[in-house]
Ligand binder design. Sequence first.
Ligand SMILES: Cc1cc2nc3c(=O)[nH]c(=O)nc-3n(C[C@H](O)[C@H](O)[C@H](O)COP(=O)(O)O)c2cc1C
Length: 167
Amino acid sequence: MEDVLGMIERRRSIRRFTGADVGREKLVLALKAAMAAPSANNARPWRFIVVTDREKVRALCAAHPHASFGLDAGAVVLPFGKKEGYDWFDQDMAAATENLLIAIANLGLGATWCGMRDPYQCKIREIVGLPDDQYIFALIPVGVPGEVKGPRGDFEEERICWEVYSG
Ligand SMILES: Cc1cc2nc3c(=O)[nH]c(=O)nc-3n(C[C@H](O)[C@H](O)[C@H](O)COP(=O)(O)O)c2cc1C
């Protein structure tokens, strides 16, 4: 049987990169996985900016308050879309982002989901020429891993209620 849990647990936040390039083929595969995510009414609100230009990768990571570890990343992926007036935006985008990260890990690459808040939008939009009506959901440095992390193993059986709430 395919090691489903193993594939999911392989995704860890990787914050050290060798500096090597990330092939476009792998990026496209990971984006295929992202677009295979479920979304409310199959609305698929997602779009993605993929940046591989090193100067821009560095500028993007420096513009986010918690992504400076990504200066040696080979790429940055920015899932984005029209958030205003669409109630399911965050849920749909999270599903796509998690698919993307699981695929990246299983392609031998590393990445970290860096969350985006309203105050971070402006500077990052400016770097990639994104208009104001588009919302950047996450900033994801992607690279060849320079660190190895095993599964977190955070399964906690007591978080599960079978059938009814059990306190
Ligand atoms: C919504 C969200 C926002 C996050 N933002 C950041 C961030 O800005 N910078 C960062 O280094 N990690 C960020 N992370 C990664 C978490 O720190 C990480 O997922 C968590 O510590 C668990 O570790 P793991 O991803 O290796 O399993 C974020 C994760 C999520 C889901």
